[in-house]
Design a protein around this ligand. Structure first.
Ligand code: ADP
Ligand code: MG
Length: 422
């Protein structure tokens, strides 16, 4: 992949596709990690005499057409304000994505100046399945600039107009964030130092079954769109150990015949989970499930937490965190790891009464000497909420879905468009 740092950009206008999709809490920006992660590329381009126009998506605008979506929001305005604060210079927010307002701003902006297009998902064409529909938007975006830089790693797994189609229309290169993310993920998928331990949590097993299948070597779960040979193996290496927690653990426990009370269950996944467990056993991948739980009688921040000292959960109770014995067991299973990938919080960490398991797992991973990678929006937010030192992990990925699809060995459309094969 060509590096943005190697592009001659003096006096040129550069369109940077960034991932600025940060959580909003009552209109205020919560964790601004993704905005911060986009700064190095923008700063470098500005310092080298470019005018920078940033394009990004934000939340999930609803509506059939542009007008409805733009009226309903969310607007990128709070993000533009935070970006300006962090950069220490004004950021002009266009009144549209790639319409008259963006065009006039792009034409009149000078070297060292920054502008931001409105939420690219106001344009229904951004996510269209129709190549021509996306192509029309891509042409309008490309007309704003002389050069394209892809730096929105969290959106790289999307075949969207601003990610996949626009780079084809301009000289293009990958930004620093994308290059850093790919360098780390490549280490995980080429020859990870062993033991390679993967910790998976989060709400739903369905989100992560494909990657689990790959990590335990399930034959049928091979990549649907394999990456080209030069950009990493198409069959990613198996993990030595898989520690499963969070909401998804209950479907695994149920598949083993345990009682799970009112915990979240994806009954339609039971068959596949059973297959995965059998494949893991065959491949010699150790799967470790919770041996105790923190439960409550309702899904609420102020619910009374209670430790259940075995794998079975009584009726009327739901598991909201792993218990203390599981935290210890996981710490032991992590203690000799040389490579760790962690995706998905092991409990409902947003509520203090159910955050102990996430804290324990984060602590155990940060004690590992070796490559430790955290992926997933909520996992990254959990790490920041826990106030661990910034060097507690080797790498905190800004991409949840994108990092999982990379680990599955699938080709990410955004990387392919930037020339991942070269
Ligand atoms: P990531 O964004 O890191 O990939 P996910 O989106 O898969 O993670 O899952 C994060 C969510 O999973 C968190 O909001 C957390 O509250 C939830 N979660 C974790 N454990 C449980 C549980 N036992 N029951 C319900 N939800 C859970
Ligand atoms: Mg999430």
């Amino acid at each position: 992949m060509r590096r943005a740092e190697d592009l001659e950009v003096r006096g040129r206008t550069v369109l940077v596709r960034a991932d600025l999709n940060v959580p909003l809490d009552n209109g205020a920006i919560g964790d601004d990690g993704r905005i911060r992660a986009s700064l190095p590329t923008i700063r470098d381009l500005l310092a080298r005499g470019a005018a920078v126009i940033v394009c990004a998506h934000f939340g999930r605008p609803k509506g059939d057409d542009y007008a409805e979506r733009a009226a309903g929001g969310p607007s990128l305005r709070p993000v533009a304000e935070r970006l300006a604060e962090l950069l220490g210079q004004p950021v002009t927010l266009a009144g549209d994505v790639a319409g008259e307002s963006a065009r006039v701003i792009a034409e009149t902006m000078g070297a060292g100046e920054v502008a931001l297009c409105e939420n690219v998902r106001f344009e229904p064409a951004e996510t269209s399945k129709d190549d021509e529909v996306r192509g029309e938007l891509a042409a309008r975006l490309a007309a704003l600039a002389d050069v394209y830089v892809g730096d929105g790693f969290g959106a790289m797994h999307r075949k969207h107009a601003s990610v996949y189609d626009t780079p084809r229309l301009l000289p293009h290169a990958a930004g620093q964030l994308v290059l850093a993310e790919v360098a780390v993920l490549r280490q995980l998928t080429t020859s990870p130092a062993r033991p390679y331990v993967v910790v998976l949590g989060g709400a739903k097993v369905s989100d992560k079954l494909a990657v689990i299948g790959n990590l335990v070597g399930t034959a049928s779960s091979g990549p649907t769109t394999p990456r080209s040979a030069s950009s990493g193996p198409t069959t990613p290496p198996k993990a030595d150990r898989l520690l499963i927690a969070g909401g998804m653990a209950y479907t695994f426990l149920a598949a083993q015949g345990h009682r799970i009370g009112d915990s979240i269950l994806q009954a339609e996944q039971l068959g596949q989970v059973t297959t995965v467990l059998a494949d893991a056993a065959k491949a010699g991948v150790e799967v470790v499930l919770p041996v105790d739980h923190v439960v409550a009688d309702r899904f609420a921040a102020d619910a009374q937490p209670e430790v259940v000292p075995g794998p079975d959960i009584p009726d009327g109770k739901m598991g909201l965190d792993i218990g203390p014995a599981t935290s210890e067991l996981f710490a032991r299973k992590l203690s000799d790891a040389k490579t760790v990938f962690w995706n998905g919080p092991p409990g409902v960490f947003e509520w203090p009464a159910f955050a102990a398991g996430t804290r324990a797992v984060a602590g155990a991973i940060s004690a590992v000497t070796g490559l430790t990678v955290v992926g997933g929006g909520d996992s990254a937010a959990a790490v920041r909420q826990l106030n661990l030192p910034p060097d507690a992990f080797s790498h905190i990925s800004t991409g949840g879905g994108a990092s999982l699809e990379y680990l599955e060995g699938r080709e990410l459309p955004g990387l392919a468009a930037l020339g991942d094969e070269t």
